[in-house]
Design a protein around this ligand. Structure first.
Ligand SMILES: Nc1ncnc2c1ncn2[C@@H]1O[C@H](COP(=O)(O)OP(=O)(O)O)[C@@H](O)[C@H]1O
Ligand SMILES: [Mg+2]
Length: 626
C-alpha cells in the first residue's frame, strides 16, 4: 500500500507545529508504521532539536547537529538539475529508545553560512529548472518507502509552499492558536490549498483538511476558552466536510483534537510522548495519541472516535502493526488435547506462506504467558478455532475468541474468525459465539484444509490511501443473511454501523421496541446512505420497513441490492426477495430508491459485480437526495 503524505502547516510560528509533528510522528512509528519527518520550515527549522532532546548515540547526536539536509539537497540539484534527488543521503533512521525507528530529513546544515546559503536559493528559478517535478518524483519514492511522510511546512505564503500545502499531501493538518491572525491566516491558506488542489489535473484524490487548535489554555480562563471553542466550531465547519461525519460531530471533534497548553512542555524543544509514557485524559499526550490515531484511521471511523476514544486508539495501533503487511497472519486457538491436529494445520498453513501463531511454538518458556497471548491476538489478522468435543467447556479458549471478536468489530481491516471442525465432531460442539460463522472441516488432509482457509481469508480490503469511505447504514435480516452482509462489509469500501454479536443483540431486544428504535437512530445518525441488502426474507419485515422510512425522512440516499445469490456460511444461495421500496409511502409520498440485481448466478461473480459497483451506486443515491 502506498504511503501517505501529511503536511503540518501553521500561519505563524511558535504555535507548536513542530512539537505536534514530532510527537505524533513518534507515536505512529512506535505503533509500527514507517515514518519519515521532513523539516521544510527552512527559515526556522526545529525538528532536529526535538529529536535531539532524547539521549542519542554519539553518532546520531552528531548527525543531528551537523548533517546536511534539504537545503543541501536543493543545492546539489542546482548544480546538476537532471540528476534525480538523492534523498537517501539525507535521511536517517533514529534508533534511540522510544522513537520507534522514526526517520528524519533535516532542513539543512545549520552552520554559520546556513541563512546566507538559504537566501541564495532562488525558488522561482529552481522551479524553472525542474525542481517541482523532481520533488514529485522523490515523493513517489518516499510513498513507496514509508507509511507516513510528515512535512513541517514553512510559514508564509509563497509560490513554493503551494506544492507542499496543496499539491503533494493527502492531508493538510493546519494548526492555529486562539488568536485572530493565527486562525484567519491558517484558514485562508487551507482554503487556498483546497482550491488549488481541485484545480490541478491530478488523479490523486481530494485534499483532506484537518484543523488543529493548538496551545489552547483552559485552566485559567474558562469562560473565554469556551467562547473561542464555539468560534472554532462555527468558523471551521467547512473544513470538516467530507470526512468528519454529521455536523453535530464537529464540536466533539474540535474538542478531541485540541492540543492543550501545558506549561511544563513550554520550555525548550522536548518530546512529551517519550519523556512521559502516560496518557491520562488531562495531559497533552492524550490529544497527541488521538491525532496519531486519526491519521492511522485515515480520518475515518469518526463515529468510533466519539463513541469510545480508547477503542479508537487501540484499533489504530492494531492497524499499524498489520496494515501494510502483505502476508496475513492467523492465531490458532486450540485445546491441548488436539495438539496433533493443530500442528498438522499449522505446518500446512506455513508451507503456504501464512504465518501462524501457536502458543507452544511462539511463547518462550518463562515469558508472561497471558500478556504474550493477548499481544498475539491483537497482532493476528485472523483467528482459527479448532473445535473438538470439549471446546465448549474451555473457558480460556472462549475468552480468547471473545477478545478477538470485540477487536474485529471496531477494526477497519477485515479480520475473520473461522471455526475448524475436527473430524467426527458434531456442529453442536461449536461454541455459541461462533455459531454464525462459516465452518470448515478438518480431516487428515491438512493441505486441502489449508487451501480452503487461504481462499476464505484472502484480503479484500480496498487499499486506497485516504479515500473517504461512504458512510452507510445496512438494512438486512440478521438471522437469514448475516454471512452475506459480512461479505459486503469486507469489501472495504463502505463504513457501516457495527454489527452486533448475537448476545448484544439479544440484550437490546430485551429492552423492547424502544431500545431497538433507539439503536437504529443512533447507528443511522452519522450515515449518508441506506443500503438494503435484500435476501429472501428482508422485505416487509417490521424493522426493515422502519429503517427505510426513517432514512427517507432523514434525507439519506436509499438503494437496495439483491444479495440472495451470495453464499451463506453453509454455502447456500437463497431465493430472490421482493422489492423493498415497492408501494412504500412516507408521509403520503413514495420512497424512490434504485434496486440492483446483479445479473449473474455464480456467487463469486455476483460478489465481484457488487464490489466493483457499490461505490457508484451509493454516490448516485446520495446525490439524488441533494
Ligand atoms: N501545547 C503546548 N503546551 C506547552 N508548550 C508547547 C505546546 N506546544 C508547543 N509547545 C512549546 O512551544 C515551543 C514552540 O513550539 P514549536 O513546536 O517549536 O513551534 P512551531 O514549530 O509552531 O514554531 C516549544 O518549546 C514547544 O515545546
Ligand atoms: Mg517549528
Amino acid at each position: 500500500m502506498a504511503g501517505s503524505v501529511i503536511t503540518f502547516y501553521s500561519y505563524k510560528g511558535g504555535v507548536g507545529r513542530s512539537f505536534a509533528l514530532t510527537n505524533v510522528g513518534t507515536l505512529l512509528a512506535r505503533w509500527g508504521f514507517k515514518v519519515l519527518c521532513i523539516d521544510f520550515d527552512l527559515e526556522a527549522p526545529g525538528l532536529a532539536q526535538f529529536f535531539g532532546s532524547v539521549p542519542q548515540t554519539p553518532d546520531a547526536a552528531e548527525w543531528l547537529l551537523e548533517a546536511p539536509g534539504l537545503v543541501e539537497m536543493v543545492e546539489a540539484f542546482k548544480g546538476d538539475p537532471w540528476i534525480p534527488l538523492d534523498w537517501q543521503s539525507y535521511v536517517r533512521r533514529l534508533d534511540a529508545p522510544g522513537l520507534g525507528g522514526i526517520a528524519l530529513m533535516k532542513a539543512g546544515r545549520t552552520d554559520a553560512t546556513y541563512h546566507r546559503r538559504l537566501q541564495q536559493l532562488s525558488w522561482p528559478s529552481l522551479y524553472q529548472a525542474g525542481l517541482g517535478s523532481q520533488l514529485e518524483r522523490m515523493f513517489d519514492e518516499l510513498r513507496e518507502e514509508f507509511d507516513y511522510v510528515l512535512i513541517d511546512a514553512r510559514t508564509g505564503v509563497t509560490d513554493f509552499s503551494g506544492i507542499i500545502t496543496a499539491q503533494l499531501p493527502d492531508v493538510l493538518a493546519f494548526l492555529f492558536t486562539a488568536n485572530e491572525q493565527s486562525l484567519d491566516g491558517s484558514m485562508h491558506v487551507a482554503r487556498r490549498a483546497a482550491e488549488a488542489r481541485n484545480g490541478l489535473a491530478l488523479d490523486r484524490s481530494r485534499l483532506l483538511l484537518l484543523p488543529i487548535p493548538a496551545r489552547f489554555e483552559t485552566q485559567v480562563e474558562h469562560r473565554i476558552a469556551l467562547l473561542w471553542r464555539e468560534r472554532f466550531v462555527s468558523e471551521l465547519a467547512e473544513f470538516y466536510a467530507g470526512w468528519a461525519g454529521p455536523n453535530d460531530f464537529i464540536p466533539k471533534l474540535v474538542q478531541a483534537t485540541t492540543i492543550p497548553y501545558v506549561p511544563y512542555w513550554s520550555f525548550g524543544e522536548r518530546l512529551s510522548v517519550v519523556e512521559d509514557e502516560s496518557s491520562d485524559p488531562l495531559g497533552i499526550n492524550f490529544t497527541l495519541e488521538t491525532l496519531a490515531a486519526l491519521l492511522a484511521h485515515r480520518l475515518g471511523q469518526t463515529g468510533l472516535l466519539l463513541d469510545s476514544r480508547d477503542d479508537f486508539v487501540a484499533a489504530a495501533k492494531r492497524l499499524a502493526r498489520h496494515g501494510g503487511a502483505a502476508r496475513r497472519s492467523v492465531f490458532l486457538s486450540y485445546d491441548h488435547a488436539n495438539t496433533f491436529a493443530a500442528e498438522g494445520l499449522r505446518e500446512a498453513l506455513e508451507k503456504r506462506g501464512t504465518p501462524v501463531f501457536m502458543d507452544r511454538h511462539d511463547i518462550p518458556s518463562g515469558a508472561h504467558f497471558e500478556a504474550k497471548l493477548d499481544a498475539a491476538i491483537e497482532a493476528s489478522d485472523h483467528m482459527l478455532v479448532l473445535v473438538g468435543d470439549r471446546t465448549r467447556e474451555r473457558r480460556g479458549q472462549t475468552a480468547d475468541i471473545r477478545k478477538f471478536l470485540r477487536q474485529a468489530a471496531s477494526d477497519v481491516r477485515p479480520r475473520f474468525v473461522v471455526p475448524v471442525l475436527l473430524e467426527g465432531t458434531p456442529p453442536s460442539a461449536i461454541p455459541d459465539v461462533l455459531r454464525q460463522y462459516r465452518t470448515i472441516e478438518l480431516g487428515i488432509d491438512f493441505d486441502g484444509a489449508a487451501r480452503e482457509l487461504a481462499e476464505l481469508l484472502q484480503p479484500r480490503l480496498a487499499e486506497t490511501p485516504f479515500k473517504v469511505k461512504r458512510k452507510c447504514y445496512l438494512s438486512f435480516s440478521y438471522i437469514h443473511d448475516l454471512w452475506r452482509v459480512q461479505q459486503i462489509r469486507n469489501m472495504g469500501s463502505v463504513e457501516t454501523q457495527p454489527i452486533l454479536g448475537h448476545g448484544s443483540w439479544e440484550t437490546v431486544r430485551r429492552g423492547g421496541d424502544a431500545a431497538i428504535a433507539e439503536l437504529i437512530a443512533e447507528n443511522m445518525r452519522s450515515k449518508e446512505c441506506l443500503v438494503v441488502l435484500v435476501g429472501a426474507e428482508t422485505t416487509r419485515r417490521k424493522w426493515a420497513t422502519y429503517e427505510i422510512e426513517r432514512a427517507w425522512r432523514e434525507g439519506l440516499g436509499v438503494l437496495a441490492i439483491h444479495v440472495h445469490k451470495l453464499r451463506d456460511r453453509e454455502g447456500r444461495q437463497t431465493r430472490k426477495g421482493a422489492d423493498p421500496f415497492e408501494g412504500l409511502l412516507v408521509d403520503g409520498s413514495p420512497v424512490v430508491g434504485r434496486v440492483y440485481d446483479p445479473p449473474f448466478d455464480d456467487s463469486r461473480t455476483v460478489y465481484e459485480h457488487i464490489r466493483k459497483n457499490i461505490e457508484g451506486w451509493i454516490s448516485e443515491a446520495v446525490a439524488a437526495r441533494q
